[in-house]
Design a protein around this ligand. Sequence first.
Ligand code: PLP
Length: 286
Amino acid sequence: MPDRVLVTLDHKVLDADVPFLHADDLSVVRGDGVFETLLIRDGRARVVEGHLSRLVRSARALGLPAPVLDDWRLAIEMAAEEWGDSAEGAMRLVYTRGRESGGDPTSFVMVGPVADRVKHARESGVSVITLERGYSIDLSERAPWQLLGAKTLSYATNMAALRFAADSGADDVIFVSSEGNVLEGPRSSVIVLRDRTLITPPAEHGILIGTTQRALFDVAGGRRFDCRYEALRPADLITADGVWLVSSVTLAARVRTLDGLTLSEPKNVEEFSELVDRAIDSDSTE
Ligand code: PLP
């Protein structure tokens, strides 16, 4: 198994250790582009169509040319094949505005190992702090240039929030809007369990549509869960039967503590993880 895989959209497998981007690529100098992160499990990239739909939405929000999906599908398949099936991998689809000096967008698929923290988060859950996002839930509608629902390459504030959490002794973050609504994590969606109801905040609140959350809701309905999009407050997390951060690579990380308070351990931790595993086996998300 290689330790990195790099495939271009003209379907060439490149040596991932050879420099690839131009120094004036607008992703480098402006963070101007979009990306996706997918899990490779058993040699297969998961929820490909869900990720491609979001790539299309993100590209549209940034005014980038519509991605040619068949080219992406083939590049994804080639990269997954190069990676192999001996270990999980984290696959990134990167689509930038290209060079400042002009020319076509830059597009590539890259695979690397899954971060060490992932295993621990899946098995033992995470300690989380709430942090202010600084936005109101209606900003996304009023200010589309803020690109709130797009997965852009400008992730510096998300990473800064995670470092702030680490400095405070926490594993992860849940962002809260200026009026105090629960939004999302810097790299995950928030899901609350109340009895047999799964709740996540609506995307209109200026958060990313989570491919894992969508895939989960698709299968959970058939397992006697009621799935809802509703506004949530931090107090709702504290009184919930269970809270998870879900995302493509980590999958399900149970929130063990929130702002130092220990949350109750749900009865169905195993059932929830199995449901997420099952969700990413299917690829029916739009
Ligand atoms: N919200 C944000 C800000 C994210 O960065 C991510 C994933 O990276 C998610 C939610 C979860 O999305 P997905 O389930 O597609 O990984």
